[in-house]
Design a protein around this ligand. Structure first.
Ligand code: BES
Ligand code: ZN
Ligand code: ZN
Length: 520
Protein backbone atom coordinates (compact mmCIF):
# COMPACT_ATOMS: atom_id res chain seq x y z
CA UNK A 1 0.00 0.00 0.00
CA UNK A 2 1.37 3.41 -0.92
CA UNK A 3 0.97 6.15 1.57
CA UNK A 4 2.53 9.44 2.42
CA UNK A 5 2.14 12.05 5.09
CA UNK A 6 1.71 15.30 3.26
CA UNK A 7 1.62 18.35 5.47
CA UNK A 8 -0.14 21.08 3.53
CA UNK A 9 3.15 22.96 3.39
CA UNK A 10 4.56 20.28 1.08
CA UNK A 11 1.56 19.63 -1.12
CA UNK A 12 2.83 22.03 -3.78
CA UNK A 13 5.40 19.51 -4.91
CA UNK A 14 2.66 17.45 -6.48
CA UNK A 15 1.00 20.26 -8.39
CA UNK A 16 1.97 19.03 -11.82
CA UNK A 17 -1.08 17.50 -13.46
CA UNK A 18 -2.01 18.94 -16.84
CA UNK A 19 -5.62 17.75 -16.57
CA UNK A 20 -8.05 20.55 -15.80
CA UNK A 21 -11.71 21.26 -15.02
CA UNK A 22 -12.78 21.48 -11.44
CA UNK A 23 -14.87 18.94 -9.63
CA UNK A 24 -18.51 19.85 -9.36
CA UNK A 25 -19.44 20.46 -5.72
CA UNK A 26 -22.46 18.85 -4.10
CA UNK A 27 -23.88 18.83 -0.59
CA UNK A 28 -25.87 15.78 0.49
CA UNK A 29 -27.16 14.03 3.62
CA UNK A 30 -24.73 12.17 5.75
CA UNK A 31 -24.19 8.54 4.69
CA UNK A 32 -21.09 6.38 4.73
CA UNK A 33 -20.16 5.26 1.20
CA UNK A 34 -19.46 1.56 0.63
CA UNK A 35 -16.64 2.15 -1.82
CA UNK A 36 -14.88 4.90 -3.77
CA UNK A 37 -12.81 7.81 -2.46
CA UNK A 38 -13.59 9.25 0.95
CA UNK A 39 -12.19 12.13 2.95
CA UNK A 40 -12.61 12.55 6.66
CA UNK A 41 -11.39 14.99 9.30
CA UNK A 42 -9.65 13.55 12.35
CA UNK A 43 -8.76 15.21 15.61
CA UNK A 44 -5.43 15.18 17.43
CA UNK A 45 -4.28 11.61 18.09
CA UNK A 46 -6.78 10.16 15.54
CA UNK A 47 -9.26 8.89 18.17
CA UNK A 48 -11.55 5.97 17.35
CA UNK A 49 -14.70 7.94 16.72
CA UNK A 50 -17.10 9.19 14.08
CA UNK A 51 -16.49 8.58 10.42
CA UNK A 52 -12.92 7.41 10.99
CA UNK A 53 -14.05 4.56 13.27
CA UNK A 54 -16.75 3.54 10.79
CA UNK A 55 -14.31 3.50 7.86
CA UNK A 56 -11.76 1.57 9.90
CA UNK A 57 -14.37 -1.03 10.75
CA UNK A 58 -15.38 -1.41 7.11
CA UNK A 59 -11.75 -1.81 6.13
CA UNK A 60 -11.19 -4.52 8.72
CA UNK A 61 -8.74 -2.39 10.70
CA UNK A 62 -6.53 -1.61 7.68
CA UNK A 63 -7.12 2.12 8.08
CA UNK A 64 -5.91 2.21 11.68
CA UNK A 65 -2.85 0.13 10.75
CA UNK A 66 -2.00 2.52 7.91
CA UNK A 67 -2.33 5.54 10.20
CA UNK A 68 -0.03 3.95 12.77
CA UNK A 69 2.55 2.94 10.16
CA UNK A 70 2.60 6.38 8.61
CA UNK A 71 3.00 8.02 12.01
CA UNK A 72 0.05 10.26 11.25
CA UNK A 73 -1.08 12.17 14.34
CA UNK A 74 -3.92 14.35 13.10
CA UNK A 75 -2.05 17.62 13.58
CA UNK A 76 -3.93 20.56 12.16
CA UNK A 77 -3.22 21.11 8.50
CA UNK A 78 -1.71 17.67 7.81
CA UNK A 79 -3.12 15.23 5.27
CA UNK A 80 -2.65 11.48 5.00
CA UNK A 81 -3.44 10.31 1.50
CA UNK A 82 -4.03 6.54 1.35
CA UNK A 83 -4.86 4.86 -1.95
CA UNK A 84 -6.60 1.47 -1.66
CA UNK A 85 -7.76 0.84 1.91
CA UNK A 86 -10.12 -2.14 2.30
CA UNK A 87 -13.12 -1.50 0.04
CA UNK A 88 -12.09 2.12 -0.61
CA UNK A 89 -10.10 3.36 -3.60
CA UNK A 90 -8.71 6.24 -1.59
CA UNK A 91 -8.98 7.52 1.98
CA UNK A 92 -7.91 11.08 2.73
CA UNK A 93 -7.45 11.94 6.37
CA UNK A 94 -7.28 15.62 7.26
CA UNK A 95 -5.97 16.58 10.69
CA UNK A 96 -7.75 19.27 12.65
CA UNK A 97 -5.59 19.09 15.79
CA UNK A 98 -7.31 20.10 19.01
CA UNK A 99 -8.76 23.34 17.71
CA UNK A 100 -12.45 24.13 18.14
CA UNK A 101 -14.62 23.88 15.04
CA UNK A 102 -14.92 27.30 13.40
CA UNK A 103 -15.88 28.32 9.86
CA UNK A 104 -12.20 28.91 9.18
CA UNK A 105 -11.24 25.41 10.34
CA UNK A 106 -13.96 23.89 8.17
CA UNK A 107 -12.79 25.92 5.18
CA UNK A 108 -9.25 24.67 5.77
CA UNK A 109 -10.45 21.05 5.87
CA UNK A 110 -12.39 21.57 2.65
CA UNK A 111 -9.39 23.33 1.12
CA UNK A 112 -7.02 20.46 1.82
CA UNK A 113 -9.49 17.96 0.38
CA UNK A 114 -9.96 20.22 -2.64
CA UNK A 115 -6.20 20.38 -3.20
CA UNK A 116 -5.80 16.62 -2.84
CA UNK A 117 -8.76 16.15 -5.17
CA UNK A 118 -6.90 17.98 -7.94
CA UNK A 119 -4.34 15.16 -7.87
CA UNK A 120 -6.79 12.28 -7.64
CA UNK A 121 -8.23 10.22 -10.51
CA UNK A 122 -11.27 9.24 -8.41
CA UNK A 123 -14.43 10.29 -10.29
CA UNK A 124 -16.15 11.08 -7.00
CA UNK A 125 -14.74 12.12 -3.65
CA UNK A 126 -17.01 12.07 -0.61
CA UNK A 127 -16.10 14.40 2.25
CA UNK A 128 -17.72 13.19 5.48
CA UNK A 129 -18.62 15.55 8.32
CA UNK A 130 -20.78 13.76 10.88
CA UNK A 131 -20.85 16.50 13.56
CA UNK A 132 -24.19 18.25 14.05
CA UNK A 133 -22.98 21.37 15.90
CA UNK A 134 -23.00 23.93 13.08
CA UNK A 135 -25.85 23.79 10.54
CA UNK A 136 -23.84 25.69 7.91
CA UNK A 137 -20.77 23.44 8.32
CA UNK A 138 -21.32 21.89 4.90
CA UNK A 139 -21.29 25.32 3.24
CA UNK A 140 -17.93 26.20 4.78
CA UNK A 141 -16.50 22.82 3.79
CA UNK A 142 -17.73 23.43 0.24
CA UNK A 143 -16.28 26.95 0.21
CA UNK A 144 -12.91 25.57 1.28
CA UNK A 145 -13.06 22.79 -1.33
CA UNK A 146 -13.90 25.29 -4.04
CA UNK A 147 -10.97 27.54 -3.10
CA UNK A 148 -8.55 24.65 -2.58
CA UNK A 149 -9.20 23.04 -5.95
CA UNK A 150 -8.63 26.26 -7.89
CA UNK A 151 -6.45 25.78 -10.95
CA UNK A 152 -5.82 27.91 -14.00
CA UNK A 153 -4.87 25.91 -17.08
CA UNK A 154 -6.67 27.76 -19.86
CA UNK A 155 -3.54 28.03 -21.94
CA UNK A 156 -2.35 24.45 -21.55
CA UNK A 157 -3.01 22.10 -24.42
CA UNK A 158 -4.51 18.86 -23.00
CA UNK A 159 -2.38 15.74 -23.45
CA UNK A 160 -4.70 12.96 -24.69
CA UNK A 161 -2.84 10.08 -23.03
CA UNK A 162 -2.50 11.70 -19.60
CA UNK A 163 -4.56 10.32 -16.69
CA UNK A 164 -7.70 12.30 -15.92
CA UNK A 165 -7.10 13.94 -12.57
CA UNK A 166 -9.18 16.40 -10.58
CA UNK A 167 -12.41 15.86 -12.47
CA UNK A 168 -15.81 14.55 -11.48
CA UNK A 169 -17.55 15.50 -8.27
CA UNK A 170 -16.76 16.33 -4.67
CA UNK A 171 -19.72 15.62 -2.43
CA UNK A 172 -19.85 17.03 1.08
CA UNK A 173 -21.98 14.80 3.30
CA UNK A 174 -23.33 16.47 6.44
CA UNK A 175 -26.09 15.96 9.02
CA UNK A 176 -28.18 18.94 7.92
CA UNK A 177 -27.73 18.98 4.16
CA UNK A 178 -30.79 21.20 3.68
CA UNK A 179 -29.44 24.06 5.79
CA UNK A 180 -25.94 23.65 4.40
CA UNK A 181 -26.96 23.71 0.75
CA UNK A 182 -29.21 26.72 1.32
CA UNK A 183 -26.29 28.56 2.96
CA UNK A 184 -24.01 27.50 0.13
CA UNK A 185 -26.32 28.53 -2.70
CA UNK A 186 -27.55 31.82 -1.27
CA UNK A 187 -24.36 32.93 0.42
CA UNK A 188 -20.99 31.18 0.37
CA UNK A 189 -20.96 30.10 -3.29
CA UNK A 190 -20.89 33.82 -4.10
CA UNK A 191 -17.85 34.36 -1.92
CA UNK A 192 -16.19 31.50 -3.80
CA UNK A 193 -17.09 33.22 -7.06
CA UNK A 194 -15.61 36.54 -5.89
CA UNK A 195 -12.37 34.75 -5.07
CA UNK A 196 -12.28 32.95 -8.40
CA UNK A 197 -12.95 36.18 -10.26
CA UNK A 198 -9.98 37.87 -8.55
CA UNK A 199 -7.66 34.87 -8.98
CA UNK A 200 -8.38 34.59 -12.69
CA UNK A 201 -7.72 38.29 -13.29
CA UNK A 202 -4.45 38.12 -11.38
CA UNK A 203 -3.24 34.97 -13.11
CA UNK A 204 -4.04 36.24 -16.58
CA UNK A 205 -0.98 37.87 -18.15
CA UNK A 206 -0.60 41.55 -18.94
CA UNK A 207 -1.26 40.99 -22.64
CA UNK A 208 -4.71 39.67 -21.77
CA UNK A 209 -5.72 41.81 -18.79
CA UNK A 210 -5.21 45.56 -19.20
CA UNK A 211 -7.54 48.36 -18.11
CA UNK A 212 -10.08 47.81 -20.88
CA UNK A 213 -10.28 44.01 -20.48
CA UNK A 214 -10.40 44.32 -16.70
CA UNK A 215 -13.50 46.44 -17.21
CA UNK A 216 -14.97 43.94 -19.70
CA UNK A 217 -14.45 41.00 -17.35
CA UNK A 218 -16.07 43.01 -14.57
CA UNK A 219 -19.10 43.85 -16.71
CA UNK A 220 -19.48 40.16 -17.59
CA UNK A 221 -19.22 39.04 -13.96
CA UNK A 222 -21.84 41.57 -12.78
CA UNK A 223 -24.23 40.94 -15.67
CA UNK A 224 -27.78 40.84 -14.30
CA UNK A 225 -26.75 41.21 -10.64
CA UNK A 226 -29.36 43.22 -8.74
CA UNK A 227 -28.62 46.60 -7.19
CA UNK A 228 -25.41 47.18 -9.18
CA UNK A 229 -24.38 50.06 -11.43
CA UNK A 230 -21.05 50.40 -13.19
CA UNK A 231 -19.28 53.62 -14.14
CA UNK A 232 -16.10 53.88 -16.17
CA UNK A 233 -14.11 57.11 -16.29
CA UNK A 234 -12.09 57.01 -19.50
CA UNK A 235 -8.97 58.97 -20.46
CA UNK A 236 -10.85 61.83 -22.14
CA UNK A 237 -13.06 62.29 -19.08
CA UNK A 238 -9.97 62.11 -16.85
CA UNK A 239 -8.57 65.07 -18.78
CA UNK A 240 -11.79 67.04 -18.35
CA UNK A 241 -11.90 66.28 -14.64
CA UNK A 242 -8.21 66.97 -14.03
CA UNK A 243 -7.12 63.51 -12.94
CA UNK A 244 -3.48 64.30 -13.50
CA UNK A 245 -2.33 61.43 -11.30
CA UNK A 246 -4.13 58.63 -13.16
CA UNK A 247 -3.13 60.17 -16.50
CA UNK A 248 0.54 60.45 -15.55
CA UNK A 249 0.82 56.74 -14.80
CA UNK A 250 -1.12 55.60 -17.86
CA UNK A 251 0.50 57.91 -20.40
CA UNK A 252 3.47 55.65 -21.19
CA UNK A 253 1.26 52.72 -22.18
CA UNK A 254 -0.55 51.91 -25.41
CA UNK A 255 -3.45 50.87 -23.18
CA UNK A 256 -5.24 53.92 -21.76
CA UNK A 257 -5.99 54.06 -18.03
CA UNK A 258 -9.52 53.65 -16.72
CA UNK A 259 -11.17 54.32 -13.41
CA UNK A 260 -13.83 51.70 -12.75
CA UNK A 261 -16.52 52.10 -10.11
CA UNK A 262 -18.92 49.29 -9.23
CA UNK A 263 -21.64 50.56 -6.94
CA UNK A 264 -23.78 48.06 -5.08
CA UNK A 265 -26.80 49.28 -3.20
CA UNK A 266 -28.17 46.82 -0.64
CA UNK A 267 -28.93 49.14 2.30
CA UNK A 268 -31.13 52.02 1.16
CA UNK A 269 -29.67 55.45 1.73
CA UNK A 270 -26.87 54.60 4.14
CA UNK A 271 -23.52 56.22 3.31
CA UNK A 272 -21.45 53.65 1.43
CA UNK A 273 -18.19 51.95 2.26
CA UNK A 274 -15.64 52.34 -0.54
CA UNK A 275 -13.03 49.69 -1.30
CA UNK A 276 -10.41 51.36 -3.47
CA UNK A 277 -7.92 49.06 -5.20
CA UNK A 278 -4.64 49.63 -6.98
CA UNK A 279 -5.11 48.25 -10.47
CA UNK A 280 -1.76 48.38 -12.24
CA UNK A 281 -2.28 45.69 -14.86
CA UNK A 282 1.47 45.58 -15.43
CA UNK A 283 4.12 47.45 -13.47
CA UNK A 284 7.40 47.68 -15.38
CA UNK A 285 8.40 50.55 -13.10
CA UNK A 286 8.05 53.02 -15.97
CA UNK A 287 11.13 55.15 -16.66
CA UNK A 288 12.38 54.15 -13.18
CA UNK A 289 12.38 50.67 -14.68
CA UNK A 290 12.52 47.51 -12.58
CA UNK A 291 15.25 44.86 -12.96
CA UNK A 292 14.37 42.00 -15.36
CA UNK A 293 14.41 39.29 -12.68
CA UNK A 294 10.86 38.59 -11.57
CA UNK A 295 9.44 41.59 -13.39
CA UNK A 296 6.80 39.21 -14.80
CA UNK A 297 5.26 39.04 -11.37
CA UNK A 298 4.05 42.58 -11.80
CA UNK A 299 1.16 41.25 -13.88
CA UNK A 300 -0.53 40.85 -10.52
CA UNK A 301 -0.01 44.48 -9.51
CA UNK A 302 -3.76 44.88 -10.01
CA UNK A 303 -4.42 42.58 -7.05
CA UNK A 304 -5.95 45.36 -4.94
CA UNK A 305 -8.40 46.26 -7.69
CA UNK A 306 -9.25 42.57 -8.15
CA UNK A 307 -9.81 42.19 -4.40
CA UNK A 308 -12.07 45.24 -4.19
CA UNK A 309 -14.08 44.23 -7.26
CA UNK A 310 -14.23 40.54 -6.28
CA UNK A 311 -15.42 41.47 -2.80
CA UNK A 312 -18.21 43.68 -4.14
CA UNK A 313 -19.13 40.86 -6.56
CA UNK A 314 -19.54 38.53 -3.58
CA UNK A 315 -21.49 41.14 -1.59
CA UNK A 316 -23.84 41.96 -4.44
CA UNK A 317 -24.46 38.35 -5.46
CA UNK A 318 -25.24 37.27 -1.92
CA UNK A 319 -27.47 40.32 -1.45
CA UNK A 320 -25.54 41.76 1.48
CA UNK A 321 -27.28 44.50 3.45
CA UNK A 322 -24.66 47.12 2.70
CA UNK A 323 -23.95 49.92 0.29
CA UNK A 324 -20.50 49.18 -1.07
CA UNK A 325 -18.42 50.57 -3.91
CA UNK A 326 -15.44 48.95 -5.58
CA UNK A 327 -13.13 51.52 -7.13
CA UNK A 328 -10.48 50.06 -9.43
CA UNK A 329 -7.70 52.48 -10.41
CA UNK A 330 -6.59 50.79 -13.63
CA UNK A 331 -3.46 51.67 -15.58
CA UNK A 332 -0.41 50.04 -17.12
CA UNK A 333 2.94 51.48 -15.98
CA UNK A 334 5.28 51.43 -18.99
CA UNK A 335 8.38 53.30 -20.16
CA UNK A 336 7.91 55.24 -23.40
CA UNK A 337 8.74 58.50 -25.11
CA UNK A 338 5.62 59.99 -23.60
CA UNK A 339 5.95 58.35 -20.21
CA UNK A 340 6.24 60.37 -16.99
CA UNK A 341 9.79 61.43 -16.15
CA UNK A 342 11.29 61.30 -12.66
CA UNK A 343 10.97 64.85 -11.38
CA UNK A 344 7.68 65.61 -13.14
CA UNK A 345 5.20 67.62 -11.09
CA UNK A 346 1.60 66.48 -11.30
CA UNK A 347 -1.63 68.21 -10.30
CA UNK A 348 -4.19 65.75 -8.93
CA UNK A 349 -7.97 65.71 -8.88
CA UNK A 350 -7.98 66.43 -5.15
CA UNK A 351 -6.10 69.69 -5.81
CA UNK A 352 -2.76 68.78 -4.25
CA UNK A 353 0.37 68.59 -6.40
CA UNK A 354 3.22 66.12 -6.04
CA UNK A 355 6.68 65.63 -7.42
CA UNK A 356 7.09 62.20 -9.06
CA UNK A 357 10.60 61.28 -7.97
CA UNK A 358 10.26 57.60 -8.80
CA UNK A 359 7.86 56.39 -11.48
CA UNK A 360 7.94 52.93 -9.87
CA UNK A 361 6.02 54.32 -6.88
CA UNK A 362 2.96 54.49 -9.13
CA UNK A 363 0.37 52.68 -7.00
CA UNK A 364 0.00 55.55 -4.56
CA UNK A 365 -0.31 57.90 -7.54
CA UNK A 366 -3.30 56.22 -9.17
CA UNK A 367 -4.95 55.68 -5.80
CA UNK A 368 -5.11 59.36 -4.87
CA UNK A 369 -7.20 60.32 -7.91
CA UNK A 370 -9.45 57.32 -7.31
CA UNK A 371 -9.91 58.35 -3.69
CA UNK A 372 -10.59 62.00 -4.56
CA UNK A 373 -13.18 60.95 -7.14
CA UNK A 374 -15.15 58.56 -4.96
CA UNK A 375 -15.11 61.01 -2.07
CA UNK A 376 -16.51 63.72 -4.32
CA UNK A 377 -19.15 61.54 -6.02
CA UNK A 378 -20.32 59.23 -3.25
CA UNK A 379 -19.45 60.75 0.13
CA UNK A 380 -18.46 57.38 1.65
CA UNK A 381 -18.46 57.12 5.44
CA UNK A 382 -15.60 54.67 5.29
CA UNK A 383 -12.83 54.13 2.77
CA UNK A 384 -10.46 51.18 2.72
CA UNK A 385 -7.80 51.16 0.07
CA UNK A 386 -5.88 48.02 -0.81
CA UNK A 387 -2.73 47.78 -2.88
CA UNK A 388 0.37 45.80 -3.73
CA UNK A 389 2.18 48.98 -2.79
CA UNK A 390 5.68 48.33 -1.46
CA UNK A 391 8.49 45.82 -1.21
CA UNK A 392 8.98 47.34 2.22
CA UNK A 393 5.73 45.72 3.44
CA UNK A 394 7.03 42.32 2.30
CA UNK A 395 10.23 42.86 4.28
CA UNK A 396 8.34 44.06 7.35
CA UNK A 397 5.77 41.28 7.81
CA UNK A 398 6.40 38.49 5.29
CA UNK A 399 3.59 36.50 3.75
CA UNK A 400 1.57 35.82 6.90
CA UNK A 401 -0.09 39.23 7.07
CA UNK A 402 -1.17 42.18 5.05
CA UNK A 403 0.06 45.49 6.45
CA UNK A 404 -2.67 47.66 7.96
CA UNK A 405 -2.34 51.42 8.38
CA UNK A 406 -4.98 53.56 10.03
CA UNK A 407 -5.40 56.22 12.66
CA UNK A 408 -8.86 54.84 13.54
CA UNK A 409 -8.38 52.31 16.37
CA UNK A 410 -11.91 50.92 16.16
CA UNK A 411 -11.60 50.35 12.42
CA UNK A 412 -8.24 48.65 12.98
CA UNK A 413 -9.79 46.32 15.57
CA UNK A 414 -12.65 45.39 13.22
CA UNK A 415 -10.36 44.77 10.27
CA UNK A 416 -7.87 42.72 12.30
CA UNK A 417 -10.76 40.61 13.65
CA UNK A 418 -12.15 40.12 10.14
CA UNK A 419 -8.68 39.05 9.03
CA UNK A 420 -8.39 36.43 11.77
CA UNK A 421 -11.89 35.08 11.12
CA UNK A 422 -11.49 34.89 7.34
CA UNK A 423 -7.91 33.63 7.33
CA UNK A 424 -6.75 36.72 5.43
CA UNK A 425 -4.83 38.25 8.30
CA UNK A 426 -3.67 41.77 8.97
CA UNK A 427 -0.97 43.27 11.14
CA UNK A 428 -1.06 46.92 12.11
CA UNK A 429 1.94 49.04 11.17
CA UNK A 430 2.61 52.64 12.22
CA UNK A 431 1.48 55.79 10.48
CA UNK A 432 3.62 58.30 12.31
CA UNK A 433 3.01 62.04 11.77
CA UNK A 434 6.76 62.46 11.19
CA UNK A 435 6.37 60.74 7.79
CA UNK A 436 5.04 64.06 6.52
CA UNK A 437 8.53 65.52 6.83
CA UNK A 438 9.99 62.74 4.67
CA UNK A 439 7.52 63.46 1.90
CA UNK A 440 8.10 67.21 1.70
CA UNK A 441 9.03 68.53 -1.73
CA UNK A 442 10.84 71.79 -2.42
CA UNK A 443 8.59 72.61 -5.38
CA UNK A 444 5.27 70.76 -4.87
CA UNK A 445 2.91 69.88 -2.02
CA UNK A 446 4.45 66.42 -1.61
CA UNK A 447 6.88 64.04 -3.25
CA UNK A 448 5.88 60.45 -3.93
CA UNK A 449 8.87 58.74 -2.27
CA UNK A 450 10.91 59.37 0.88
CA UNK A 451 14.63 59.50 1.25
CA UNK A 452 15.16 55.71 1.13
CA UNK A 453 16.08 53.25 3.85
CA UNK A 454 13.14 54.54 5.89
CA UNK A 455 9.68 53.20 6.70
CA UNK A 456 8.79 52.71 3.03
CA UNK A 457 5.38 51.10 3.50
CA UNK A 458 4.36 53.75 6.02
CA UNK A 459 5.49 56.54 3.73
CA UNK A 460 3.31 55.10 0.98
CA UNK A 461 0.39 55.03 3.40
CA UNK A 462 1.08 58.59 4.47
CA UNK A 463 1.14 59.82 0.87
CA UNK A 464 -2.26 58.24 0.19
CA UNK A 465 -3.68 59.62 3.44
CA UNK A 466 -2.92 63.18 2.36
CA UNK A 467 -5.83 62.93 -0.10
CA UNK A 468 -8.32 61.38 2.32
CA UNK A 469 -11.01 63.67 3.72
CA UNK A 470 -10.46 63.76 7.51
CA UNK A 471 -14.18 63.10 8.06
CA UNK A 472 -13.93 59.73 6.29
CA UNK A 473 -12.94 56.68 8.33
CA UNK A 474 -9.92 55.41 6.46
CA UNK A 475 -7.60 52.42 6.43
CA UNK A 476 -4.86 51.46 3.99
CA UNK A 477 -3.90 47.84 3.36
CA UNK A 478 -0.54 47.07 1.77
CA UNK A 479 -0.95 43.53 0.44
CA UNK A 480 2.28 43.28 -1.57
CA UNK A 481 3.33 40.11 0.27
CA UNK A 482 -0.10 38.50 0.08
CA UNK A 483 -1.02 38.77 -3.58
CA UNK A 484 0.84 35.74 -4.86
CA UNK A 485 1.40 32.50 -2.94
CA UNK A 486 4.97 31.44 -3.70
CA UNK A 487 6.64 28.77 -1.63
CA UNK A 488 3.94 26.88 0.19
CA UNK A 489 0.21 26.71 -0.40
CA UNK A 490 -2.28 27.38 2.38
CA UNK A 491 -5.29 25.04 2.66
CA UNK A 492 -7.56 27.49 0.84
CA UNK A 493 -4.82 29.21 -1.16
CA UNK A 494 -3.02 27.01 -3.69
CA UNK A 495 0.19 28.33 -5.20
CA UNK A 496 -0.27 31.39 -7.39
CA UNK A 497 -2.90 34.11 -7.23
CA UNK A 498 -4.42 34.36 -3.77
CA UNK A 499 -7.37 36.77 -4.09
CA UNK A 500 -6.33 38.11 -0.68
CA UNK A 501 -8.82 40.75 0.36
CA UNK A 502 -12.03 39.24 -1.01
CA UNK A 503 -12.80 37.11 2.03
CA UNK A 504 -11.40 39.77 4.35
CA UNK A 505 -13.77 42.45 3.04
CA UNK A 506 -16.72 40.06 2.90
CA UNK A 507 -16.14 39.10 6.53
CA UNK A 508 -15.63 42.73 7.56
CA UNK A 509 -18.98 43.66 6.03
CA UNK A 510 -20.75 40.68 7.66
CA UNK A 511 -19.42 41.36 11.14
CA UNK A 512 -19.22 45.12 11.40
CA UNK A 513 -21.81 46.48 8.98
CA UNK A 514 -24.50 43.87 8.38
CA UNK A 515 -24.90 42.16 11.73
CA UNK A 516 -22.31 42.90 14.37
CA UNK A 517 -21.49 39.78 16.42
CA UNK A 518 -23.32 37.21 14.29
CA UNK A 519 -22.11 33.66 14.72
CA UNK A 520 -21.11 32.38 11.28
N1 BES B 1 4.21 47.07 -7.31
C1 BES B 1 5.34 47.47 -6.58
C2 BES B 1 5.44 46.88 -5.18
C3 BES B 1 5.51 45.38 -5.02
C4 BES B 1 6.70 44.80 -4.68
C5 BES B 1 4.40 44.59 -5.14
C6 BES B 1 6.75 43.43 -4.48
C7 BES B 1 4.46 43.22 -4.96
C8 BES B 1 5.64 42.64 -4.61
C9 BES B 1 5.34 49.00 -6.41
O1 BES B 1 4.76 49.73 -7.43
C10 BES B 1 6.77 49.45 -6.30
O2 BES B 1 7.50 49.26 -7.23
N2 BES B 1 7.10 50.00 -5.15
C11 BES B 1 8.41 50.49 -4.89
C12 BES B 1 8.26 51.83 -4.22
C13 BES B 1 9.55 52.58 -4.07
C14 BES B 1 10.04 53.05 -5.41
C15 BES B 1 9.33 53.74 -3.13
C16 BES B 1 9.12 49.52 -3.95
O3 BES B 1 8.51 49.01 -3.02
O4 BES B 1 10.29 49.25 -4.20
ZN1 ZN C 1 6.01 50.22 -9.05
ZN1 ZN D 1 3.26 48.71 -8.50
Amino acid sequence: MRHRVVPFLALSAFFVSPADAQRALAIADYALPETGAVAVAVRQGVPDEGAFAALDQRSGGALRRAVRTAGFLGDRGTVLNLPGVGPYDQVLLVGTGSDPVTPRLLEDVGGLVGQAGVLSAAPEITLLWPEAGMPTAGAHLALGASLGQYTFRQYKTPKPAAPVLGQGTLTVRVVDAGAASAAWRSDWAHVAEGVRFARDLKTEPGNVIYPETFVERTREAFEGVRGVSIEVVDEARMRELGMGAMLSVGVGSAQPPKLLLVRYRGAGDAAPVAFVGKGITFDSGGISIKPADNMWRMKHDMAGAAAATGAVLALAKRGARVNAIAVAALAENMPDGEAARPGDVVRTLGGLTFENLNTDAEGRIVLVDAIAYVQRQDKPSMLIDIATLTGSQVTAVGDEYGGLFSRDDALVADLVAAGAASGEELWRLPLHPSYAKDLESPIADLRNVGSGGRAGAGLGAHFIGAWVDPAVRWAHIDMASMAWRDDAPLPTVPLGASAYGVRLFDRFVRDTIEAPKRAD
